[in-house]
Design a protein around this ligand. Sequence first.
Ligand code: TYC
Length: 101
Amino acid sequence: MGTQHLQSEDGSALKLRPPRKYGVFLLNDDYTTMDFVVQVLTEVFFLPEDRAFAVMLLVHNEGRGLCGTYTRDVAQTKQAQVHQRAADAGFPLKCIVEEVS
Ligand code: TYC
């Protein structure tokens, strides 16, 4: 998506840029249960069960995996929700937010 060029009321140029996109990635660890990760992926990222399981296995096998792509605020909120749920459940599950193109 490119930059849109609009004109404001006084005729001056106005550039509207699309928001940057941020990926939320889950990281693997040896302690968090697979069931808990699938639950996080369905309840925080709203993935259907089969895709949640596939992402969980990808993270388990590859070390990290993309849960979803959002604006920065939403990505950071999802990250906080994951870390809060993990802390409440006593798991060391971590996720990171990175700008994606
Ligand atoms: N590796 C964990 C296990 O074997 C499962 C796991 C998957 C943990 C994904 C974290 O982000 C994760 N129980």
